[in-house]
Design a protein around this ligand. Sequence first.
Ligand code: CTP
Length: 401
Amino acid sequence: MSLNSKNIVLGVCGSISAYKSPMLLRELVKKGANVNVVITESAKEFVSHKVLSNLSRNSVICNMFDETNQNDGSWHISLAHKTDLMIIAPCSATSLGKLANGICDNALIALTIALPHNIPILIAPAMDTTMWESKAVQRNVETLISYGYQIIQPEVGELASGIIGKGRLPEIESLVFNIEELLKKKISSKLSGKKVLITAGPTLEKIDDVRYISNHSSGKMGYSLAIAAQEMGANVTLISGPVNIPIPDSINIININSAQEMYDEVMKVQSENDILIMCAAVSDFTLKDTFKGKIKKGNDESLILKLDRTKDILAELGEIKTSKQTLIGFALESDNEIENAKSKLINKKCDYIILNSSNKENSGFGGDKNTVTILSKTKEIKSLPTMSKSKLAFEIFNEII
Ligand code: CTP
């Protein structure tokens, strides 16, 4: 699993196994995570501050009142609110006791206690067997489990003291596995129980049996949204124009060609869905009459095709949607982008419009990246930086949840 753009806090306490913390840190950074390291005073006896700051590319926090950390007011509150997961590895007996009793007399404990309730906290205790088995430590571990902390049990093996017993910090792969599992669980609860309908790709309007009118939509944005919604726990229906992108079996896919077919399929299932995202590049016009067979060019110097307007699926959903449904449209604009997108938001009665600019680099059709601005009925306009379409899909859901 990629940890791209995940904000992880690594807490390190005074334990001989703190020598493994830089290796864990390195692995998390390699997987794309942004890691902030917070250490206790006694951790400094076992691991180099410099190694941790160099590997994390962030300053390491130890002193609660260090002036250099006081950006955004209280550093522990601002860091707590941008953290996706915290792991304390190794966690000492002292820190277990302080956490179980809410004694915030150092930076690490203050930050842990300040984390919002939905942020997973993993604790990997490591100490000598007799300490681990002591009544005080076991009682504190039970208390922490009852608070919802996830305890990674220490492993049995040879300890620094030479004694063979329980107390070793698990191997890095095992710590990373636990982090990934917890993050997956957290992500998959965001849209659990929700039904999401997404349209994607181009439509294809037949001219004759061998020719058609279409557009350059690759379908990548819509498919990324479908995969993100599914990973976030939703039941997803994807109504897709002709594209060639593999999709997980668990996504219910309905393949269509024309704008009319897309309209028909959307209308059949729209009322069962909680979130409706019209990401497809639907043709605005279709042939008034299609030709059977292949049109011969004959001696004609020009050919006139008569086109009729297609139904605007998004606008029609705006008319019929219930107050419990969230409707999201896309807008592809080349001029007066914000104004045109605002008009679409109002005229098509959407809750959100995701604006792409057709003339900007890394925006709109094709490509793996996108740069969008999110317009909402109730919130301020939000411009997002350029990012991969798969990351953007998660950002869009985070914005609307
Ligand atoms: N849309 C739709 N049905 C159509 C045309 C567009 O559902 N027949 C949806 C698209 O899926 C998108 C939004 O409407 O979510 C805006 O599409 P866009 O092509 O940007 O705008 P149009 O409404 O077609 O207007 P114009 O082409 O004039 O900008």
